[in-house]
Ligand binder design. Sequence first.
Ligand code: SF4
Length: 168
Amino acid sequence: MTSQIRIAGVVKESIVDGPGIRFVVFAQGCHHHCEGCHNPATHDLSGGHLVSIDTIIAEMKKNPLLDGITLSGGEPFLQPEGFSELAKCAQAAGFHVITYTGYTFETLLAKKDQRWLRLLRYTDLLVDGRFEEEQKSLLLKFRGSKNQRIIDVNQSQLKNKLILSKMN
Ligand code: SF4
């Protein structure tokens, strides 16, 4: 079990990274290299710093106003053990979990990597796909470009087909 993750940083309260008030954790490391990426400082796999999952959960529990946690990036799926453990602990503490990824939902499922599937299991909503500059829109809720989707992971797994969240 991994008890530490490599992160670029956190935002303790955000209202723009999902519904309600959310604690945001920015994974360090990304290899998608989307043109126009809003967060290039998160790409270096050895940048950022290590933090323990216990520290993050303890920090979240200090704030009674928090609705959930958002795992952003960087690419959380490059550290699937640590981020799935964080997501699991957050859910167990009553928090809603959103995970952002540059992979598509279909790609994540097709690889059949148990570590990726575990992170999906503890994710309530997945915002998927690379940021596409030519599909950029400022009108989208919680997403940067029109190709990205907000997927209801629980419903999709229950019904065995892709179910979009009503937030799209
Ligand atoms: S997936 Fe996200 S962090 Fe990675 S290059 Fe694309 S926009 Fe940037």
